[in-house]
Design a binder for this molecule. Structure first.
Ligand SMILES: Nc1ncnc2c1ncn2[C@@H]1O[C@H](COP(=O)(O)OP(=O)(O)OP(=O)(O)O)[C@@H](O)[C@H]1O
Ligand SMILES: [Mg+2]
Length: 323
């Protein structure tokens, strides 16, 4: 789906080339910083972010799918001109994938070549193959390295997908921003990275980890803010259609659904309707495009029959009343 992604990515690339910016000095400046990269935050998010940046603490963002958690780290990196380092979490994520790994194949070749060249000093060989040249740095280690553009933004995405052992390890890293590589020594960040941790809350993350962070629940936006988001991110859609789209999605979220649509779905839907040259919502169009908004058959089935028309009539009469 052609949406905001490519524009956001271009923006991030452009901004990353720019000079690093100082951290915002007020809540308002933090909200403005995000707005520069088209992220429309409410004041409570602005406050927590401002404090996290000011106090040098990780920010822990929890919320439903598609409400804009990951995007916060992306726009922070873009607006501050910092490098974005992303650690995507999954079940079974281990130190080799998250921190570092030795390049065994290259080490073996180096040893063979050295031996063929008559090198038999074991101590020296060992020293050589356990040097930085053979170290594959993964996101957590990369985030501790010095960067002329300032400390990077470290996004630890969807931490609820990892297991508790990894969480405990992370706790250590976030505690003192250092990692010990037994063969080489300790790597310590001169300037701690800006850490953004996200969770979809498929399980509770341990209190000890949360305690080190500032917490924010990213909820669904109000209708007013969601409309502003649609208008910013899908500019080709008329004001009238945007209003109907947002009002319908907001009404959907009040239904008893297994999975309510997030902002991502609202943007997708607005984009899809625009591709179809729709100028105003009607029951048939809504029914035909429900798959953009709802991803579970049970939820779609719940809206079958006259339900869509009923909701749409209500939405339209509310919009008329508000005019
Ligand atoms: N306040 C906002 N301002 C601008 N865009 C937003 C806002 N909230 C969400 N979006 C947009 O919604 C989309 C989804 O955001 P994102 O991928 O960050 O969600 P998420 O919470 O990380 O979802 P998931 O849990 O599925 O990973 C993005 O395109 C993002 O730009
Ligand atoms: Mg995400």
């Amino acid at each position: 789906m052609r949406r905001d992604k490519s524009a956001a990515d271009d923006y991030i690339a452009a901004m990353n080339k720019a000079f690093p910016r100082p951290l915002p000095d007020s809540i308002g400046a933090t909200v403005d910083l995000l707005a520069e990269a088209n992220y429309l935050a409410d004041r409570s998010l602005g406050t927590v972010l401002y404090l996290a940046l000011k106090m040098g603490r990780p920010i822990f963002l929890e919320g439903e799918a598609g409400v804009g958690k990951t995007e916060i780290a992306k726009v922070l990196s873009a607006s501050l001109g910092r490098r974005l380092i992303r650690l995507q979490c999954y079940e079974g994520l281990d130190v080799a994938a998250a921190v570092y790994e030795w390049n065994y194949a290259a080490q073996m070749i180096a040893i063979r070549v050295a031996e063929a060249g008559g090198e038999h000093d074991r101590g020296r060989l060992e020293h050589d193959v356990f040097s930085e040249r053979f170290l594959i740095k993964r996101p957590l280690l990369q985030a501790l390295e010095p960067d002329t553009a300032g400390a990077p933004v470290l996004l630890i995405d969807e931490i609820d997908r990892t297991d508790e052992a990894f969480e405990a390890f992370l706790l250590e890293v976030l505690g003192d921003f250092q990692i010990t590589i037994p063969e080489m020594g300790t790597v310590k960040a001169g300037q701690p990275p800006i850490v953004v941790i996200t969770s979809n809350r498929t399980r509770e993350v341990h209190d000890a980890l949360k305690r080190r962070c500032l917490y924010h629940w990213v909820g669904y936006p109000t209708a007013e803010r969601e409309l502003a988001i649609v208008r910013t991110k899908v500019p080709g859609v008329s004001k009238k259609l945007s209003e109907q789209v947002v009002a319908f999605v907001q009404a959907l979220r009040k239904q008893d659904l297994f999975k309510s649509p997030g902002v991502a779905e609202t943007l997708d839907w607005a984009g899809a309707l625009s591709e179809l040259d729709v100028v105003a919502l009607d029951p048939a169009t809504v029914s035909d495009t429900l798959g953009v908004l709802l991803k579970y058959q049970d939820d779609i089935a719940r809206l079958e029959g006259s339900k869509v028309k009923e909701m749409l009539d209500e939405v339209k009469s509310e919009l008329r009343a508000a005019e």
